[in-house]
Design a protein around this ligand. Structure first.
Ligand SMILES: Nc1ncnc2c1ncn2[C@@H]1O[C@H](COP(=O)(O)OP(=O)(O)OP(=O)(O)O)[C@@H](O)[C@H]1O
Ligand SMILES: [Mg+2]
Length: 245
């Protein structure tokens, strides 16, 4: 166990070619909290998020999950990590050739030996959680953007993770659907006590869902704090970002 956070990033550095994206990022996400990561386009939000379940490994620095270092793990150990820390991808990443039900059941078929009936029940349960009951047989092409986001969330939830990583969960959605997704993120935190990390550049959503917010800029976390602390911060770059949002 670690007293420092359920998901803890320590001094992460990551470059792609000449481009240094993360240049010493440290951030501790406490168990059960919703941490929002804000930052401009291309600032490295997705790259940072993917470090949190080992989809990307750092050049230097560590990621700890519940006190256990995951940043140097082998792929088979990382599979276990990703059951605990599930990701809802920026583009939903649903399989177009599968129905919603099959998409959501996919992680179960990969990681468990549940019976057909058990799988069906778990899929139903996940669909109810995200407000898509009865949509098992639809294909992604037959759904709206908001429905796809919720289906992707149901798939992330199916293995009952301890933490959820959301990449831009409301981007491209209308205000009503945005509100609905934000409420869902909060509800899941309450109902299932999941730890959540939400990447967004939508300020309004950020302030609705966050317990704390972090601001990523020029490869560093410039600021971490509550809504009130965020708004009262004197950091110039943060002010510019807030003013532009
Ligand atoms: N696999 C990769 N190979 C090369 N460069 C990459 C790769 N992944 C990310 N990058 C680069 O890292 C930088 C940060 O990318 P990232 O996707 O994390 O930004 P972001 O903050 O999520 O942006 P957005 O808000 O537009 O989603 C970008 O310059 C991007 O081109
Ligand atoms: Mg991104």
């Amino acid at each position: 166990m670690s007293g420092n956070g359920f998901i803890e990033c320590r001094n992460l550095c990551k470059s792609f070619g000449e481009k240094a994206v993360l240049q010493g990022v440290s951030l501790a996400v406490q168990r059960g909290e919703t941490m929002v990561i804000l930052g401009g386009s291309g600032s490295g939000k997705t790259v940072l998020l993917k470090h949190m379940n080992g989809l990307i490994g750092p050049e230097s620095g560590e990621v700890l999950l519940d006190g256990l270092e995951i940043s140097r793990m082998e792929e088979d150990e990382l599979t276990e990590v990703r059951k605990k820390v599930a990701m809802v991808f920026q583009g939903c990443a649903l399989f177009d050739s599968m129905t919603v039900g099959e998409n959501i059941a996919y992680p179960l078929s990969e990681h468990t030996t549940l019976s057909v009936e058990e799988v069906r029940d778990r899929v139903r349960e996940a669909l109810v959680l995200v407000g898509l009951e009865g949509c098992e047989d639809l294909y992604p092409a037959e759904m709206s953007g908001g429905m796809k986001k919720r289906a992707a969330l149901a798939r992330a939830l199916i293995l009952r993770p301890e933490a959820l990583l959301y990449d831009e969960p409301t981007t491209g959605l209308d205000p009503i659907m945005t509100h609905r997704i934000n409420r869902l993120i909060r509800d899941l935190q309450k109902k299932l006590a999941v730890t959540s990390v939400v990447v967004t550049h939508d300020l309004q959503s950020a302030f609705v869902v966050a317990d704390r917010l972090a601001f990523l800029e020029k490869g560093l976390i410039r600021f971490v704090g509550t809504r009130e602390e965020f708004q009262a911060s004197k950091d110039l770059a943060l002010h510019e970002f807030l003013a532009d949002g």
